[in-house]
Design a protein around this ligand. Structure first.
Ligand code: SF4
Length: 331
C-alpha cells in the first residue's frame, strides 16, 4: 500500500487558504485520482481539479497557475534544482512494504561492499536493508546524488548520481524497488553488478540481462542512423527535461560533420507528434528513456546525445555513456 497522506494534504490545503487545488498523479496512480479528489474536497471544501495530461516525473510538474491556486503532485519527490514553490506540495506515496530477514538467503552472492539504492517509494526500507547487510558482515554505502536528487540513495530513471558518488567504494549495488525502469538507470550508468530486490514479491534478480538486451538495441539504432543525412534535434519544453544548451551543442556538432540538423521544441514526444517531420533520424535531448526504452515505437532511429557522439566518431562505444540529466552546475 502507498501512503497518500491525505490528512497532511487536507491540512496543507486548509492552512494555505487555497480555494482550488490541482492534483497531478503519474499514470500508475491515476486510478486513485477520483477517490483522492473526493476525499480532499470533503475534508477542505476546496475545488479539486485533476490534471488529465500524462505525468512521468517531477520533471513534468504542472504549471498550475491560471488553473488553480495550488498543486499537489503525487508519486514523486521534488527535484531540488528546479527550485521551490510554496504553493506546490509533493506527496511521495511511500510504500508500507517490509523486508523479511529471510531475503538474505537470496543475497548470499553479494560481495563485501554494497551500495544501496531505491526508488522514492521504497527509500524507507534502506535502514532495514543496511542493518541486514551489516549483520552479515558487509559494508554498506548510501550515496548522495546531485541537486536533481532529493534523498540519499534515490535513483531517477535519468539520474544515478547517488550511485556514482559511492562508485569507488562499492563492489556491487542492491536496488530496492519494483519494475526495471529505475534500476536500469543504475545498470546503464554503473560498471558494477546491479541486483534488484522487489520488496513486494521478495524476488531478487540481476539487471545484467535486461541492460545487455537494451544495449544491443542501442548499438543497432546507432548503426541504422549511420547513413542518416537529416536529423531532428528534439528539445522538450518541460522545465525538468529542457536541455536547450545540449541541443544547440549537438546540433552544431552534427552540422560540423556535414549533416543537416533542425531543432524542434515540443512538450509531449510521441510517434504522432513527430510524424510531420521529414528527417532520417531523431536526437532526443528530452527524457533519455524515450529513446532507450521506447525506440521500437518510432519509425526512424532515435538517439540520445552520447549516442550521436558515437555515431560521429566523437566518442567510443566501449564504456557506453548513459545519457543522464544532471542538475545544472552552480557557480
Ligand atoms: S526525465 Fe524521464 S527519467 Fe528523468 S525524472 Fe523525468 S520522466 Fe523520469
Amino acid at each position: 500500500m502507498f501512503d497518500f497522506e491525505l490528512d497532511r494534504a487536507s491540512a496543507w490545503i486548509s492552512g494555505g487558504g487555497y480555494s482550488s487545488v490541482a492534483l497531478q498523479l503519474p499514470e500508475g496512480l491515476k486510478v486513485r485520482a477520483a477517490e483522492i479528489s473526493e476525499k480532499l474536497f470533503s475534508a477542505t471544501g476546496a475545488e479539486i481539479i485533476i490534471a488529465g495530461r500524462p505525468c512521468y516525473g517531477a520533471c513534468d510538474a504542472m504549471d498550475y497557475k491560471g488553473v488553480a491556486d495550488a498543486l499537489i503532485h503525487f508519486g514523486h519527490s521534488p527535484i531540488p534544482s528546479q527550485g521551490e514553490d510554496p504553493n506546490v506540495l509533493y506527496i511521495e506515496a511511500r510504500s508500507d512494504a517490509e523486508i523479511d530477514g529471510s531475503v538474505m538467503d537470496k543475497l548470499e552472492s553479494l560481495p563485501k561492499k554494497v551500495g544501496l539504492l531505491a526508488t522514492v517509494q521504497y527509500l524507507g526500507l534502506l535502514p532495514r536493508m543496511r542493518a541486514l547487510l551489516e549483520s552479515s558482515g558487509r559494508e554498506v554505502l548510501i550515496g548522495e546524488g546531485d541537486r536533481r536528487i532529493c534523498h540519499p540513495g534515490q535513483v531517477l530513471g535519468c539520474n544515478c548520481t547517488a550511485a556514482e558518488s559511492v562508485s569507488d567504494g562499492a563492489d556491487a549495488f542492491l536496488f530496492i524497488g519494483e519494475g526495471d525502469f529505475h534500476p536500469l538507470a543504475a545498470a546503464f550508468g554503473m560498471r558494477q553488478q546491479v541486483m534488484v530486490l522487489n520488496p513486494v514479491t521478495g524476488e531478487v534478480r540481476d539487471m545484467a540481462e535486461a541492460r545487455d538486451r537494451i544495449l544491443r538495441k542501442r548499438f543497432a539504432a546507432i548503426q541504422r542512423a549511420a547513413q542518416a543525412q537529416t536529423f531532428l534535434v528534439i528539445v522538450c519544453s518541460k522545465t525538468g527535461q529542457n536541455r536547450s544548451e545540449d541541443a544547440s551543442r549537438i546540433t552544431g556538432m552534427l552540422r560540423s560533420h556535414g549533416r543537416t540538423a533542425f531543432k524542434v521544441v515540443m512538450e509531449e514526444i510521441n510517434p504522432m507528434s513527430l510524424m510531420a517531420y521529414r528527417v532520417d533520424a531523431y536526437v532526443n535531448t528530452a527524457c533519455p528513456r524515450i529513446a532507450m526504452d521506447d525506440s521500437a515505437r518510432y519509425e526512424r532511429p532515435m538517439l540520445t546525445i552520447p549516442e550521436v557522439e558515437v555515431l560521429l566518431g566523437e566518442r567510443e562505444w566501449d564504456g557506453y555513456e548513459f545519457d543522464q540529466i544532471r542538475a545544472p552546475r552552480t557557480v
